[in-house]
Design a protein around this ligand. Structure first.
Ligand code: ZN
Length: 117
């Protein structure tokens, strides 16, 4: 499960507790069980969907993707490396990591060409 989702649950979910009774970690108080997200197979959580998720659009997208396998929203793109990203401009074609790598490669090429003139 995406770390962003976990983080948001840990920070904002009113039902969540880092340490529960008998020192069990990642406790969900109303259910008196480990938080659904920390099951071996994470499950959907109605409370999270209603009360926590709407505060963060990016987490919402990740959450939906995780449980449905679908990518929703028109503002997301798939990079050639397979990463989904939210482009900062219309021209951005690569995720942040690939963008940086490509930039570096281009700089190298430019230097190489200059040296060989
Ligand atoms: Zn990429």
């Amino acid at each position: 499960m995406d770390n962003k989702i976990i983080k948001l649950a840990q920070n904002l979910c009113a039902n969540y507790s880092l340490v529960g009774p008998t020192d069990v970690r990642n406790w969900c108080w109303p259910r008196d069980k480990i938080c659904r997200f920390f099951n071996k197979e994470p499950e959907r959580c109605g409370y999270f969907e209603r009360a926590v998720m709407p505060t963060d659009e990016e987490v919402k997208q990740e959450y939906i993707k995780y449980f449905t396998g679908e990518v929703v929203g028109i503002n997301r793109r798939k990079c050639e490396c397979g990463n989904m990203f939210i482009p900062k401009s219309n021209r951005q074609q690569y995720c942040e990591i690939c963008g940086k790598i490509r930039k570096r490669q281009k700089n190298k090429e430019r230097k190489y060409k200059q040296r060989n003139k």
